[in-house]
Design a protein around this ligand. Structure first.
Ligand SMILES: *[C@@H]1O[C@H](CO)[C@@H](O)[C@H](O)[C@H]1NC(C)=O
Length: 399
């Protein structure tokens, strides 16, 4: 009879500072106890009225693991992003904006195609504007690179193949050996907490969470979040693995990282680190919880996670508008009498929509970019299936 239980206490980072330890358990005099009561009341009122800022200040002053960020040489640690097109460049800028607002202290690096430039030649030269903004407003170190891509085949029906094709560019972070540690996270996310504490994990070549949505049948690691120790050897090895795998089906950054690190990785707990928007559409949350007795509360999940990753296939990524005829079947269902006028228990749906709205608003405000028009749904019959470049690769596909 497993009864649903709420996770008991929210994480300490979200709790307003408690003053209880400053109190004497048994005040010696009546007068003193009256003064104490008054002070307590005053503090209570103060905490009550300054709730938001108090939490923020606390966030900035202490890392999630309880360590103080003072006295750390933050130039030894960096967050890494890479951009291969304008949409992803904006995502990265939004991620840097969030890191800045959340008070992250570490360096920020961005790899971008070396044929882009920083000369703003026209008011609509958005890529150059965003690069300059990254450098000047968010203290991002810009690293021009010849961007690599894999010509491997993606899922036939996958509309976003290009995002996978270039995914090996996250390996570039391994070559930044001036850093002690680098954190890569995918940019199609909304960040709720910075991850500065993850720079201080015990020594390990990489730390990654599992692709929890594929548990328990596979125990794959997800490359959505990678804490890595830069190393030229590892960089070369990963690039070598990429090129020797070229042309194979489903061998992208994630597969390559799994092959290399599955038995030596430090597994980051996915719960409290990453949350997929698709989780809000699930009825069964046991994969996320790692058990079948915890009670799903979407607000709890949001409060504990570091970021939310937009993943609602077949719905496009949030910078692309929703095909209206697809939306109703994808929207999270209400818990009580779904689809009727009396439906209730729609918190998952509200939060889900708010996550998309928030992303789109920030995209407009920060990058001044409008959403890409919705694709046709269902997709028109494919005239141009994603094809391997050469015929010999087609032959290799085999059964
Ligand atoms: C990787 O790092 C090495 C040495 O630090 C450097 O010579 C090489 O150019 C780098 N490669 C790339 C692709 O950045």
């Amino acid at each position: 009879m497993p009864t649903g239980t709420y996770p008991k206490v929210p994480r300490s980072i979200n709790v307003p500072p408690s003053n209880s330890q400053h109190w004497n358990p048994r005040p010696r005099t009546f007068r003193r106890s009256r003064i104490l009561a008054f002070v307590a009341l005053l503090l209570l009122v103060l905490v009550w009225y300054s709730h938001g800022p108090t939490v923020e200040v606390k966030k900035k002053n202490k890392l999630r693991n309880g360590l103080s960020p003072d006295g750390v040489d933050w130039s030894r640690y960096a967050y890494s992003q890479y951009a291969t097109n304008g949409a992803y460049l904006c995502n990265s800028i939004m991620a840097f904006d969030a890191l800045e607002k959340l008070g992250s202290k570490a360096d920020r690096i961005l790899f971008y195609p070396d044929n882009w430039d920083l000369e703003v030649t026209a008011s609509d030269d958005r890529d150059s504007q965003l690069l300059v903004m990254a450098r000047d407003n968010y203290r991002v170190k810009l690293i021009p690179m010849h961007m690599q891509s894999l010509k491997a085949k993606g899922k036939e029906e996958d509309e976003w193949e290009e995002t996978w094709d270039f995914s090996i560019n996250k390996f570039l972070a391994w070559n930044q050996t001036q850093y002690e540690r680098v954190i890569h996270f995918d940019s199609d996310v909304t960040l709720f907490q910075h991850m500065d504490d993850l720079f201080f994990l015990p020594e390990t070549p990489v730390a990654m969470p599992r692709a929890y949505w594929e548990l328990p049948k596979t125990k794959k690691l997800t490359s959505v979040l990678v804490v890595l120790k830069p190393s030229n050897t590892e960089y070369e090895a990963l690039m070598h693995a990429s090129y020797t795998s070229e042309g194979q089906v489903h061998r992208f950054d994630m597969e390559i990282l799994n092959d290399r690190y599955q038995d030596s990785v430090m597994v980051l707990p996915h719960r409290g680190s990453i949350l997929l928007t698709g989780e809000l559409r699930n009825e069964d949350h046991s994969n996320y919880h790692g058990n079948d007795y915890d009670y799903w509360d979407v607000d709890e999940a949001l409060a504990e996670t570091r970021f939310v990753h937009f993943s609602d296939w077949p719905l496009p990524k949030p910078w692309i508008m929703w095909p209206n005829n697809l939306l109703p079947e994808v929207l999270p269902k209400c818990k009580i009498k779904p689809g009727t006028p009396d439906e209730a228990g729609c918190r998952d749906r509200e939060v889900w929509r708010a996550l998309y709205d928030d992303f789109r608003t920030r995209r407009k405000d920060i990058c001044r970019l409008l959403s890409v028009p919705a694709p046709q749904w269902p997709p028109p019959p494919k005239m141009t299936k994603p094809k391997p470049k050469t015929d010999d690769k087609k032959d290799k596909k085999g059964p």
